[in-house]
Write a new protein. Structure first.
Length: 264
């Protein structure tokens, strides 16, 4: 009888890992971020985690790409709307990059029979493009362009791909791991471990924006005359780019004085 009691106590202390549906995420089994731009900005995605149990659950968050993927409880760049919406800098809103780097979490507690919204941040590694630098330089030299001469920090307009792009998208694959441990509560399964994993997919493309020509000369001008010069923005990426034009102080003053006008 004493041996049976000792075995029961040992079983209680060491609860085997289960594969039930006590822990779920709304993006399982695959989270596809689609096409993302490697321009030093994060891609954001809202995820909901569900605790189906009758007791609180402590959930550990991790991934196999820890230098690129993090988790947050909140991010002012991604309002608390429907889960599954994604956003990235340079898309349709002006985002503050600082919000993507603060408030990083590695675990959270979810009440019984409750859900918790979190934000996944993904920053594509830049080193994956090192092997293509020579090709980018030679292509830009051939058109007389410059690398990233226009800031992508704001989305004032979009341009599509052009022929002769020099960088092909890279397929990225990773794994998001969610491991929950049941805590004290009405449930008799305190200490049970529940796990869930999600495969992360993305097509990462280098951000390459060029300008042609790189200089505009207005010679032999007379007062009162109106002179026109054309220049072209070239998207050398295999993904649509959004950009903003940042003018120098002198150029901004000329625009304000209406001595210089920019139009499509």
């Amino acid at each position: 009888m004493n041996e049976e009691a000792a075995e029961a106590r040992e079983a209680t202390r060491s609860v085997p890992e289960t594969s039930g549906r006590m822990l779920e995420v709304d993006v399982a089994p695959v989270l596809d971020l689609g096409k993302v731009t490697s321009n030093g900005n994060h891609v954001l995605r809202a995820i909901k985690i569900y605790n189906r149990g009758e007791a609180p659950m402590l959930v550990q968050l991790s991934s196999d790409r820890p230098h690129e993927i993090n988790f947050q409880l909140n991010n002012d760049n991604l309002p608390d709307t429907e889960s599954g919406q994604s956003a990235s800098l340079g898309a349709e809103n002006d985002f503050n990059q600082l919000f993507n780097t603060i408030g990083i979490i590695h675990e959270l507690q979810i009440a019984a029979q409750s859900e918790q919204r979190i934000v996944l941040t993904y920053l594509p590694a830049r080193h994956e493009w090192e092997s293509q630098e020579d090709g980018l330089n030679s292509k830009q030299a051939s058109i007389g362009g410059q690398r990233d001469p226009v800031s992508l920090g704001s989305s004032k307009g979009g341009i599509g791909p052009v022929s002769g792009t020099v960088n092909s998208p890279i397929s990225i694959s990773g794994t998001l791991n969610f491991t929950g441990r049941m805590m004290a509560g009405r449930s008799t399964g305190e200490g049970e471990i529940h796990s869930c994993s999600v495969r992360l997919l993305a097509q990462v493309c280098k951000s390459v924006l060029a300008l042609q020509p790189t200089e505009i000369m207005l010679s032999s001008c007379v007062p009162g005359g109106i002179y026109y010069r054309d220049f072209t923005l070239l998207n050398l990426s295999n993904i649509p780019l959004y950009f903003s034009m940042i003018l120098s102080p002198a150029t901004s003053q000329a625009v304000a004085n209406k001595t210089l006008k920019l139009s499509e």
